[in-house]
Structures are given as C-alpha cells and as structure tokens.
Design a protein around this ligand. Sequence first.
Ligand code: HEM
Ligand code: HEM
Length: 471
Amino acid sequence: MENQTYNYAIVRSFVTWSMIWGLVAVLVGVIVSLQMVNPDLNFPPYLTFGRLRPVHTNAGIYGWGIGVIFAAFYYIVQRLCKVPIWSDKLAKFQLWLFNATITASAVTLLLGYTTSKEYHEMEWPIDVMVVILWVAFSINIIMTILKRKEEQMYISLWYMMAAIVGVAILYLVNSAAVPVSFFKSYSAYAGTNDANVQWWFGHNAVAMVLTAPFLGMFYYFLPKTTGVPIFSHRLSITAFWSLIFMYLWTGAHHLLWTPVPDWIQTLAMGFSIMLIAPSWGSVFNGYLSMNGQWHQMRENYLVKFLILGITFYGLQTLQGPMQAIRTFSAFIHYTDWVPAHIHMGTMGWVSMICFASIYYLIPRIYGRELYSIPLADLHFWLTLVGQLIWSISLWIAGVLQAGMWNAMNSDGSLTYTFMETMVEMYPYWWARVLGGVIYMAGLVIFIYNIYMSVKKGEPTAVPTITTEGRA
Ligand code: HEM
Ligand code: HEM
C-alpha cells in the first residue's frame, strides 16, 4: 500500500502538453506529406515545405518525444527512489520553459530563422533557453536520485542519467557559434569539421533522445505491466554500458562518401555494426521477460504497445547498421528509404513506448481507470497499420528511386532524367499520406480516450496520493 506522497501534478502537466505537441507534430507531418504530392499546398513565405518540415521534426522529437520523457521520468524517478521530486517549483519552471521553448522554436522556424543544422535548427537565443531548461531538469532528477531511500539503482535510472549527461554534452558542443545579431549566428566550426560535429550530434540525438530514455521507460513499464520481473538485470547493465560506449563513435555514418577522412568513416561503420549487439541485448531481455507471459499479448493492450515497440527498435537497429555500410549507403543515401527508416523508429519504436507510458500513467496519476480498452485496441491497430503503410511504401520508393538514379545506357549516359524519377514517386507519396491519416486517426482516438478517462473514468481501487492537486 502506498504511504509516500509524490508530485504527480507535474507528471499530469507534461502528459497533457506532450499530447498537444504530438498532435501538432503529426498534423504538420500530414500537411508536409500532402505538400509533396500537391505543391499547390505550399503557401509562401511562411507555410512552405521548407519551413514546415523542421516544425514537424522538432515538434515530433522535442515536443512529443521529450515531453513524454519528462512526464515518464518524473514519475519513474519518484517511484524508483521512493522520494518525491527534489523541487516542485523547479519542475513547474521547467514545464513553462519547455512550452515557451517549443513555441518560440515553431514561430522562429516559420519566420525563416534557421541555423540549417538538422535537429538543431533553432537560433542561439533558443539554444540558451534549451540549456536553462535542461539544467533545471538535470538538477531536479539528479538531486532526487541523490536523496533516494532505495539503495539499489534500477536500470531505468542509469538510462535516465546517461540521457541527461549525453544531451548536455552534445547540445553544448554543437551549439558553439558566433552570434552576429539576435536572429543570426555562424557555427564555430568550419567545413568538414562542422559536418562532423553536426552528425556526431545528430546521431547521438538518436542515441540520447530517441533510444536511451525509451529503453529506460521500456525497462520500467514492461515488468510493471506484465507483473513479472525483467529477465536479466545483469544483461540490462551490460547492454547499457556497451550501448553508451559504442554510440558515440558512429556519427560519421551520416557522412559516408564525403570529404570527411576515410578512417573516420570506417570507424563509424565498424561501431555501427557492433551496435547490433547491445541493441539486441535489450530486445532479447524484453522478449525473454515475456517467457510464460505471451498470452498477455492477446489480453493486455499495454503489452502489445510495449512488445511491438521493442520489436520495431530491434528492426531499426538491424536496418541502421546495414545503412552504415559504405556500399549499401551508396545505394540508399538521399533516397526515400531513409525517411522510412526514421519513421519506423519514430512512429513505431518511440511513439509506441510513448503511448504505452501514457496509458500506464493515467490511472496512477489521476486515480481513474482507462475509459475504453476497445478504443485503446483500435488505437494500437491504427498506429501499427498507419506506420507500416508509411514505412513499407517509402522503402519500396527508395529502392525504385535508387535503381532509376543508377540506371545507365550502354553509352554511359543516364537512363532516366531526375524529373522521371520524381514522377515515379507519386503513388508511394500518396500511400504515405494514407498511412499518415490512419496514424493520425489513431492519435485522435488516443487523446479522446485519455480525455474521457480523466473526465469520466471509473475511480481506481487504490487512491492516488500526491503532494499537489490531490486526486
Ligand atoms: C544500431 C542503431 C542504428 C544505426 C547504426 C543507424 C544508422 C543510421 C544511418 C546509417 C543513417 C543515415 C542514413 C542515410 O542518410 O544514408 C540513419 C539515419 C537516421 N536514423 Fe538510424 N540507425 C540506428 C537506429 C536508429 C533508431 C533507434 C532511431 C530512432 C528513431 C533512428 C533514427 C534515425 C534518424 C532520425 C535518422 C535521420 C538522420 C537524418 O536526418 O539524416 N535510427 N540511421
Ligand atoms: C502521421 C504521421 C507522420 C507523417 C505523415 C510524417 C510525415 C513526414 C514527412 C512528409 C517528412 C519529410 C520527408 C522528406 O523530407 O522526404 C517527415 C520527416 C521527418 N519526420 Fe515525420 N511524419 C509523421 C510522424 C512523425 C513522428 C511522430 C515523428 C517523431 C516523433 C517524426 C519525425 C520525423 C523526422 C525526424 C523527419 C526527418 C526525416 C529525414 O531527415 O529524412 N515524424 N515526416
């Protein structure tokens, strides 16, 4: 029986805001996918593909992904440490700064201010906001861990700390720039160094934002949901340290066949292939934790989200290393294959874990049962089908595109003009619109289900005790 008071109010706020930013991200995703099939849907200067695309990516990764990370971490850290968060005021400040930062990012991107570094497009004043935000979050989490009453540190706390330290280092190094006005700065690095630092940041953003925190959440929510412990704590720790060590060397796999020195590219290729082992360490740990529990895949909607999520993570971490091999990269780089890889990761792995986390949290932070399990099941299927249509059609498009670009006549001239290869893409881009709309329908149903749970859900058997806003 619960006898400790925790701050769940902050978890509720982050859940709400992450869902709002998630909806914005997906809506803009559908809009940009429509712009690709119908260029008349570009409305210059503000609502063009070039400006909306970074709004989509940043709202998706930072608004939705990081919003859920904040919510889940604030819940998990209190439960695993058996103490309330260190400072309620700091957490509230962080919430406001988080929303201010995402809003300022969206507005400045639409106005055309950009550093042009992917996933780090925002100009320097927003970098300053991000740094303050991350410091506030880090202090709160680290102080809570230091003040913990539970001596043993469960694996999720290790992933949490890796993400905190990792993001701080990456962001600071890649932000180094010389401001020339309030909205313009120049990178402190030049030429290939700039590219190298940018993609060291870029791929480790995948590691520290789109991987480590979600593995931490998976390791916490899976055993909680199934009711049986994780298969091997030792495997989880071994996989953790090797994952963190290996990721840091892989960034240059984004720069194969470029003027970046060959040995750096080869190093990145080697470490990317080695990454299969620690990634699959966690996948196997998840699967083996299901021993004797596979029937829950039928009976428990949460397990479905978690296991499909880790499955897409497993597929993603096999496909990624393949893309990091020079010869394979030469074929698929610049093609639509790459966005398909990304969306298996973001719509499959990351979002499935986000959905599972929020479904798990709602009864615990509001003291109300989920409004409708059939709607949650429907949401699961729409997410899965929408994502599969998105990814599979774009993989096919990518292979077709690469084949056409490479095709040559016997005299050495190109068989197809660039325009001919573009025209071939239309059916696949339409399929992406369809997949996106199906996925968005699932998201709307999810948000409705959560809203109705809070408003009309049956009270849970065990009341929720919070330090603020008692349930
Ligand atoms: C073993 C793990 C992984 C490896 C080795 C890997 C490898 C790669 C490679 C080589 C590329 C570049 C493709 C190209 O442009 O030619 C790429 C792109 C990308 N991957 Fe992965 N990947 C891995 C896991 C993941 C995961 C789990 C996610 C999570 C969502 C992810 C998200 C991305 C993103 C966002 C990009 C696009 C970067 C850009 O904008 O160019 N990857 N990955
Ligand atoms: C209905 C769902 C979605 C749709 C329709 C959609 C659509 C798109 C489109 C059309 C692009 C541009 C691709 C290109 O430039 O060729 C894109 C890029 C991207 N989206 Fe999404 N998206 C969706 C969901 C998400 C989610 C949930 C996330 C993150 C959590 C996300 C993250 C990204 C990223 C990182 C890129 C950059 C890809 C690259 O560099 O190649 N997307 N998306």
